[in-house]
Design a protein around this ligand. Structure first.
Ligand SMILES: O=C(CO)COP(=O)(O)O
Length: 213
């Protein structure tokens, strides 16, 4: 699985979210690998027609009702999500909120991907039983150094610490080789942001990353 996190990059928000998703869809149509896109909440519904799975970047585990400013799960589901990132390094949450969100996703049949900054966190979050744990060392996020090159031992530890929960990894991933190495180390997929969003040739970049899966 390849998850492409749009974050709040200029090239991937508003109308641009549709442009970049079209390019990603073009590459997706040439592969049988699963590609998931994760845009800003405001852009979720725009991406319904692209035949790609769409995950929220963040979800609040609140019921329907008086919760101003929340990303309410049912509302996100109506906007077309099939899953959500939880506790991304740029949107950290308390443990009890992570656990509650994972539970709610389970009830709704949505895929939960809990992000972890260390093998210790992988172990802790695996007890919440999410669908995936995504190990991303924060210092490498957005950098030119791939986690699979800089921290292969930590990836192996993270995979082990996650137990039965399939592990993904991300941070600095930009090439087929980075993806291949992550899979070799035991991961089931990768999360990528800048490598795709800032690429001069998004179609080619996505194609290459998929070849490594
Ligand atoms: O945070 C990430 C994905 O969620 C990784 O970001 P980069 O691919 O830009 O390092």
């Amino acid at each position: 699985m390849l998850i492409i996190n749009y974050k709040a990059y200029e090239k991937a928000i508003g109308n641009n979210s549709e442009n970049i998703t079209e390019k990603i869809r073009n590459s997706a149509s040439e592969t049988d690998k699963k590609i998931v896109v994760s845009p800003q909440t405001a852009d979720l519904a725009r991406l319904n027609g692209f035949e790609l799975e769409v995950f929220a970047q963040h979800t609040d585990p609140v019921e329907k009702g008086s919760h101003t400013g929340s990303n309410q799960l049912k509302a996100l589901e109506d906007a077309g999500i099939t899953g959500t990132l939880i506790n991304h390094s740029e949107k950290r949450l308390e443990d009890k909120v992570i656990e509650k969100t994972v539970k709610k996703c389970g009830k709704e049949g949505l895929t939960s991907v809990v992000c972890a900054q260390s093998p210790e966190e992988c172990r802790k979050y695996s007890e919440f039983n999410p669908d995936y744990i995504a190990f991303e060392p924060p210092e490498l996020i957005g950098s030119d150094t791939a986690v699979s090159t800089a921290e292969p031992d930590l990836i192996e530890e993270a995979v082990k610490a996650s137990g039965d929960i399939p592990t993904l990894t991300g941070a600095g991933i930009k090439s087929k080789k980075d993806v291949e190495k992550s899979i070799e180390l035991g991961c089931k997929g990768v999360l990528v942001a800048s490598g795709v969003i800032k690429s001069e040739n998004v179609e080619k970049e996505v194609r290459e990353l998929c070849e490594g899966l």
